[in-house]
Design a binder for this molecule. Structure first.
Ligand code: DAH
Length: 342
């Protein structure tokens, strides 16, 4: 019995498997229920009692050696298989899921690009603004309703230093531009604006505007009209026409609102243009001489025009989006539709 154990022990210690199949065959041969070690345990029962103690120890050692061999190589085969998989250069790579630009950014970039082609530069101003830049310099009378608490998010109310508020429009950046630069000035100002409005499909308390300003000698209303016609055609297509309706803004005189022929129905009438064939896209006008003087520009020597548009509105018209809240919900199913847009 002792010799048999020693012989098996030698076999087991010498065994070196080269793959997991060989190792499995080893397990069955030595450690299986009908394996060779199990046979020895069966013989052990017939052994004389005085030999049992010593032989039992040898038999247990034999079984442990076989089990160790199995454990040792089982781990090494597993790790080489995964290593091989990880370094297999022929495996297809994981696809990178790229994000996409937000539709409002796409449109802002496009508006910037359209105006930069005719010489407008881009400038930005602060979102937290003082009363002077948001209202007073822009010729808002002290009791004008736009200053009212209902529209404006005030941060600080102060009679002597002036109120501080979240800007309600990007027209505030006009003022900063004129205060800090000499004409000719030709610039657009994109940015976020804030108004205390209930959120609905057509209104939000945070939205985006692009303001435009052109100041030089002899700038006329005809220049304004031609610039905006160029913009409308670049943005909505060559067949787009524009219509200017008289309006009122404290900072422009005369003032107008501009409609474009409905880009959805081509002017035939649909529920987007409320069956008029026209949709309003911006406010504009000739910069009021008071505003020029407030900002340190001689209104006797210079004239200029300004305009302001909502980026949400332009984007909704361009892509046929019906609900403004989609822009702020960040639902990837909505955002993914703009993949690839610049
Ligand atoms: N600031 C105006 C608004 O938020 C838009 C606007 C109208 C801007 C006429 C202008 C302008 O520059 O001339 O509704």
């Amino acid at each position: 019995m002792k010799e048999k154990i020693a012989a098996l022990n030698a076999e087991i210690l010498a065994f070196i498997p080269i793959n997991s199949e060989q190792l499995e065959a080893f397990r069955i041969q030595y450690l299986g229920k009908k394996g060779r070690i199990q046979d020895l345990f069966a013989d052990f029962k017939n052994l004389a009692p005085e030999l049992r103690k010593e032989t039992g120890v040898l038999l247990n050692d034999l079984k442990n050696n076989a089990q160790h061999k199995l454990d040792e190589y089982k781990d090494s085969f597993q790790s080489t298989t995964t290593e091989k998989a990880a370094t297999d250069l022929s495996m297809p790579a994981d696809f990178l899921t790229l994000g996409s630009r937000h539709p409002l950014s796409v449109m802002r970039n496009e508006i910037i690009s359209i105006f930069s082609r005719i010489g407008f530069v881009v400038s930005e101003g602060p979102e937290i603004e003082d009363d002077w830049h948001n209202f007073s310099a822009l010729n808002f009378p002290p009791e004008h309703p736009a200053r009212d608490m209902q529209d404006t998010f005030f941060i600080e109310k102060s009679a002597d230093k002036g109120d501080i508020a979240l800007r309600t429009h990007t027209s505030s950046v006009q003022v900063r531009m004129m205060e800090n630069n000499k004409p000719p000035i030709r610039a657009i100002f994109p940015g976020r604006v804030f108004r205390n409005e209930a959120i609905s499909a057509r209104a939000h308390c945070i939205f985006h505007q692009v303001e435009g300003l052109y100041i030089d000698k002899n700038v006329s209303f005809a220049d304004l009209k031609q610039t905006l016609l160029y913009f409308a055609k670049e943005m909505f297509g060559e067949n787009t026409s524009i219509r200017l309706r008289p309006s009122y803004f404290p900072f422009t005189e005369p003032s107008a609102e501009m409609d474009i022929s409905c880009s959805i129905c081509g002017g035939k009438g649909c529920n987007i243009c409320k069956y008029t064939g026209w949709v309003e896209i911006l406010g504009c006008g000739m910069v009021d001489p008071n505003v020029l003087d407030n900002c340190g520009i001689d209104s006797k020597a210079y004239t200029g025009f300004a305009f302001g548009m909502g980026i949400e509105r332009i984007t909704m018209l361009r892509y046929g989006i019906r609900d403004l809240r989609l822009f702020f919900e960040n639902d990837v199913r909505f955002l993914k539709q703009f993949e690839g847009a610049l």
